[in-house]
Design a binder for this molecule. Structure first.
Ligand code: HEC
Ligand code: HEC
Ligand code: HEC
Ligand code: HEC
Ligand code: HEC
Length: 184
């Protein structure tokens, strides 16, 4: 918060004790706000509740794997999809095979079971969405999902998928505004 310039010139006097108390209060408030905003960027309890501690920061960020290397349906179908255990095992059959988290992956692999990842994004059923159309129109993943390559676990940074938000970009890019394009 910026202090208003005229505050400097007031002849309002304050004891140093009161001043210290005020400063203290301000610091505490700032700390609380800081933690609050920091909190919105760190994994929420729900997001950490994934069956395997998969990190986008590691795979997308550090290893620089392309988003569509794993979410390969994005360019071909309405949903981007989440990769299968088989896809992970291409590397993890060898890589980090002693890690407890990778052991969990192997167990699923051996049981031929898929992983029940907790969904982060989910539009109401009456809305139609297509990844393919947006990938074709070259709308970046980050435009809608934020910088996922910097996230340990995927979190919704803001509740942005309102109708107004979709419409605003559709208007700017001359995409469809027809009700029936987005609603069944
Ligand atoms: C090595 C494979 C891999 C790569 C690379 C990868 N992802 Fe993912 N992604 C996953 C897996 C597995 C999940 C499900 C678990 C989770 O939510 O973390 C997921 C989940 C997501 C979700 C949340 C889906 C939902 O609603 O539940 C989004 C959004 C996402 N990824 C976007 C991206 C973007 C953007 C990139 C590129 C920066 C990327 N991913 C790179 C494997 C990958
Ligand atoms: C292209 C190869 C590749 C693919 C595909 C891949 N990973 Fe990884 N993964 C790695 C590498 C390399 C590391 C270790 C990076 C490091 O720490 O240096 C790693 C680390 C991990 C770790 C952390 C291990 C530990 O305890 O430190 C987990 C958990 C993990 N991967 C899960 C997955 C899951 C789940 C998938 C599928 C959605 C997946 N990985 C797909 C290459 C891959
Ligand atoms: C125009 C906005 C937009 C763009 C661009 C976008 N997404 Fe999505 N994404 C969404 C919405 C909306 C959903 C929720 C869809 C639903 O509930 O039907 C979603 C859901 C997902 C999911 C969950 C599984 C699924 O398919 O529903 C993954 C994974 C994902 N996106 C990854 C990506 C990746 C990777 C890219 C870039 C190649 C990308 N998204 C680009 C808006 C977008
Ligand atoms: C950043 C811009 C942007 C955002 C945000 C966005 N869209 Fe789009 N959308 C586009 C563009 C560009 C196209 C492609 C238009 C074309 O091909 O003529 C498109 C196409 C579509 C189509 C296909 C329409 C058709 O008639 O083929 C649907 C459905 C759609 N968007 C739904 C949504 C929904 C639902 C949301 C919000 C969750 C959304 N879009 C958010 C830019 C955006
Ligand atoms: C570009 C995509 C798009 C277009 C075009 C669109 N909508 Fe929507 N609409 C959405 C999305 C996304 C939601 C869900 C918003 C949410 O969950 O907050 C929604 C929600 C709604 C709802 C439910 C509101 C609510 O509170 O849940 C109604 C009613 C609705 N739309 C009517 C319309 C009508 C009428 C038109 C045409 C004039 C239209 N929509 C055009 C994307 C679109």
């Amino acid at each position: 918060m910026r202090s208003r310039p005229q505050d400097k010139n007031t002849d309002f006097k304050m004891s140093s004790k009161a001043m210290a108390r005020l400063m203290m209060g301000t610091c505490v408030l700032a700390a609380i706000l800081f933690i609050f905003f920091l909190g919105s960027d760190t994994p929420s309890a729900a997001a950490q509740n994934q069956p395997i501690a998969f990190s986008h920061r590691l795979h997308g960020g550090r290893l620089k794997l392309d988003c569509q290397f794993c979410h390969f349906y994005a360019s071909r179908s309405s949903s981007a999809g989440v990769p299968s255990v088989r896809h992970c095992m291409r590397c993890h059959d060898q890589v980090e095979s002693k890690s407890p988290e990778v052991q969990k992956l192997r167990e699923q692999w051996e049981k031929r079971e898929s992983i029940s990842w907790t969904r982060i994004y989910d539009l109401p059923d009456h809305v139609v969405f297509s990844h393919q159309k947006h990938v074709q129109a070259e709308v970046a993943c980050a435009h809608c999902h934020g910088k996922v390559e910097n996230m340990e676990t995927v979190v919704r940074l803001q509740d942005e998928f309102t109708m107004g938000w979709c419409i605003q970009c559709h208007r700017e890019k001359s995409a469809s505004l027809e009700c029936l394009s987005c609603h069944l």
